[in-house]
Design a protein around this ligand. Structure first.
Ligand SMILES: *[C@@H]1O[C@H](CO)[C@@H](O)[C@H](O)[C@H]1NC(C)=O
Ligand SMILES: *[C@@H]1O[C@H](CO)[C@@H](O)[C@H](O)[C@H]1NC(C)=O
Ligand SMILES: *[C@@H]1O[C@H](CO)[C@@H](O)[C@H](O)[C@H]1NC(C)=O
Ligand SMILES: *[C@@H]1O[C@H](CO)[C@@H](O)[C@H](O)[C@H]1NC(C)=O
Ligand SMILES: *[C@@H]1O[C@H](CO)[C@@H](O)[C@H](O)[C@H]1NC(C)=O
Ligand SMILES: *[C@@H]1O[C@H](CO)[C@@H](O)[C@H](O)[C@H]1NC(C)=O
Ligand SMILES: *[C@@H]1O[C@H](CO)[C@@H](O)[C@H](O)[C@H]1NC(C)=O
Ligand SMILES: *[C@@H]1O[C@H](CO)[C@@H](O)[C@H](O)[C@H]1NC(C)=O
Ligand SMILES: *[C@@H]1O[C@H](CO)[C@@H](O)[C@H](O)[C@H]1NC(C)=O
Length: 263
């Protein structure tokens, strides 16, 4: 039992370590809303020097900035909506990075990308979010059937060095009709020879006129895992502690008796 708990705690430590690592990357992490786990740690970082007693600790902030610059920043989150005939059919909040090894390129989807070529009515059952910026075009092609909505094709056209098209046409981000897809845990999807790193994604298509924001959220499994980790960790620590105290108590109770009988 104790061993199991310790194991779980170690695993949690590993996962949690991975989660908090991107935190150190940049100042701008305070801008996007993102996950609640980032806030406590970042405030801890900033308050710990000021809380420590002497005036001499004023140098600390400068040393914490040093490691920040060595890590690449994460992409800023952008928000897009597609509206036709007064109906906003597509909503998207995205923080995404593309890596194209063959062209040695790392591209952050710009929050300033335009969505003007998007469409609410490619067909009765398909819509498209088309984001354009400088030298790339990102397209999410949505489709719905009787029960679900999903992205049926993600494509990324990059034409800086030489035009290249990368895509993945497996069903992705599937939710029940009317719901939105949300994932805040960094994950990646291969688009052929390119890789799409997703830091934050919330998507909804086929929204109707009466909706003013994202519909009911369906959160990705990775998020659920991360969300579950903290309660599990606390429970584990408590259980471990309780058992430890119990064992110590039992030993303490036993040992004097042995002492008496042996004497
Ligand atoms: C961090 O923020 C400071 C000021 O707020 C700015 O001068 C510095 O360039 C930022 N560093 C990074 C890596 O964004
Ligand atoms: C600490 O700061 C206060 C006010 O800024 C100052 O009066 C005091 O001399 C400082 N103490 C030391 C040890 O620097
Ligand atoms: C869109 O909504 C505005 C205000 O609600 C209304 O004045 C306008 O006529 C609507 N346009 C269409 C095409 O429905
Ligand atoms: C990618 O960039 C690195 C360093 O900038 C360089 O050494 C390498 O040759 C480049 N590779 C390609 C395929 O351009
Ligand atoms: C987006 O546009 C704003 C204002 O035009 C500009 O300040 C900002 O730097 C741009 N961001 C990016 C990532 O290009
Ligand atoms: C699309 O929907 C319209 C109105 O609901 C209908 O008249 C039309 O037949 C549909 N087209 C297809 C291809 O299903
Ligand atoms: C997905 O998009 C790419 C790029 O536009 C295209 O070549 C491919 O045929 C599309 N796949 C499907 C199933 O439509
Ligand atoms: C498309 O994405 C799926 C799910 O991540 C992955 O299994 C598949 O290999 C990808 N296909 C391509 C062509 O990259
Ligand atoms: C993309 O990958 C395929 C095999 O998966 C390979 O044959 C092709 O040369 C690659 N293209 C580039 C531009 O690297």
């Amino acid at each position: 039992m104790l061993l199991f708990c310790n194991l779980v705690c170690v695993v949690i430590g590993l996962v949690y370590g991975q989660e908090t690592r991107p935190l150190l990357r940049t100042n701008s992490t305070t801008l996007p809303s993102i996950s609640t786990t980032e806030l406590p740690t970042s405030t801890l970082l900033s308050t710990s020097p000021s809380e420590s007693p002497a005036n001499t600790t004023t140098e600390v902030p400068t040393t914490t900035q040093a490691p920040i610059t060595t890590k690449p920043p994460r992409p800023d989150e952008g928000s897009w909506t597609v509206t036709e005939k007064n109906v906003t059919c597509i909503r998207a909040d995205l923080a995404i990075e593309f890596e194209i090894p063959s062209q040695n390129a790392t591209i952050f989807l710009s929050p300033n990308a335009t969505s003007t070529r998007s469409s609410c009515s490619l067909s009765n059952t398909t819509q498209a979010l088309i984001l354009e910026y400088d030298d790339y075009i990102l397209t999410f092609e949505f489709e719905k059937d009787a029960t679900s909505t999903y992205v049926r094709n993600v494509s990324f056209i990059y034409s800086s060095f030489r035009p290249d098209v990368f895509y993945n046409d497996t069903k992705l981000f599937l939710v029940k009709n009317g719901n939105s897809y949300l994932c805040k845990t960094t994950d990646f999807i291969h688009l052929g020879n390119a890789t799409m790193y997703i830091y934050t994604i919330q998507l909804q298509a086929f929204a109707t006129a009466d909706e003013t924001g994202f519909g009911k959220i369906e959160e990705c499994e990775l998020d659920d895992l991360v969300n579950d980790i903290i309660p599990i960790a606390v429970a584990c620590a408590l259980a471990g502690l309780t058992i430890l105290v119990l064992i110590v108590y039992l030993i303490m109770r036993k040992s004097p008796q042995r002492g008496y009988t042996s004497v």
